[in-house]
Design a protein around this ligand. Sequence first.
Ligand code: FRU
Length: 496
Amino acid sequence: VQKDEDFRPNFHFTPEKNWMNDPNGMFFYNGYFHLYFQHYPDDNVWGPMHWGHAISTDMITWKEQPIAIYPDEKGYIFSGSAVVDNNNTSGFGKDGKVPIVAIFTYHDPKGEEAGETDYQSQAIAYSLDEGKTWTKYEGNPVIENPGIKDFRDPKVTWDGIHQQWVMVLAADDKSLFYTSQNLKEWELASEFGKGVGAHGGVWECPDFFPMYVEGSDEVKWVLIQSLNPGGYNGGSGTQYFVGDFDGKEFTPVKEMQDLGEDHHYWIDFGKDNYAGVTWANIPEENGRKLFIGWMSNWLYAQKVPTESWRSAMTVARELKLEKKGDSYIITSVPAEELQNYRSINYKEDNVKIKGTTKLIDSSRIDLASAEIRFNISELKQTNYKFRLSNSQGDELIFGYDHSKKEFYLDRSEAGQTDFSDDFANKISTAPRLSDAEGLNGIIILDKTSIELFFDDGKTVMTEIFFPNYPWEQLSISSEGDEFSMDHIEAYQLKFK
Ligand code: FRU
């Protein structure tokens, strides 16, 4: 039976020791991608929050750094963001050193215990050594609590269109927009979200930024909005809205103005991608929107069967904004840097599938560290069912039901599940958002996670699992006649 280090991913970021949740403060500077994270260094469950820190040159392999920000008498350090203040608008710069400014939530546990409602406020800290060490601003908090219990997770972006800093902040059942010239003084500009979209839980960890619509000069603003619970397949989930921003107010596109609880605008439909946000300060000429999420779910995150460490991040992803008719959707695919780790590969065209057919086994490609891409040019079957299995009888089932236009992912027999009733009590599903004749997919496998990107990233599903033994085989079965998979390619990913 596998445990702890056997379960530690080969390439998804995990903290060396103890607890991690949301990604925080991500920025790119001087060749390095920085990733901070909600961290409790003293136990494997949630506790007094610190900002852990890791760096990478490519967002794929990470090096953990000393803890960056510690809680203090004002409270725990909750989620937030960081920006590179290239023009020293904050005045924190010194001797020509560019300040990095972190904007986070102070969560005062004493206020919470006392039953008050104003124990979350927004604060800043700055770094003059490229994010290694931080000095908290003496004027904190920069935004006081107006009497809203859930008032947190500030995400700041430089809005070059209106020449201002813009902050989006989650406030219970909505998000608030603030603007600033110096990162210290903030003005409330507007709010969005009451009664729009999914509200099965508290809104948390928003992100807000402009994006080009693929293949055009059109710019739209995207609001990424996590909520917990109320996710598409239960528990934590991340929805999004697309619209316009006039420098003060966000107006969603017509199609999204009356969005109800049930909708298909989710960054990821699986159960394990939460609180994800994008990197700041990616060079303009690169222009990518790069995203990472916490690969777990509050329903069971603190109970998963690892002891010495808990939780991983998703693989870094590139987001794109696509338009079809009047509707806009966000697509995501693994950041292209992952391809630099491809080693052994296997490619085949016109694979005949009859009954259950083996596609790959672990003697060819190690399925605990693999990238698999497939393409079926014409969907003639009703059900395309993939199965990962091992000799212990564990199996992970996923696929596409063409009669329902629905993807599915079933981890109920994928190894250890009994640590939580919410882990595998139901099969996760996701709508197909493409009407193409064929289907393509990217499958990213690590020891304890699967990330599925269908239809060029239009439908994404991420979930974790804990098999008793590594996967030994990937097969596919058809319920109807023989068919052929037009192309499959598989790569072992190698990290050392
Ligand atoms: C989301 C969240 C945030 C909060 C942080 C605390 O997972 O609840 O809203 O800032 O975690 O660790």
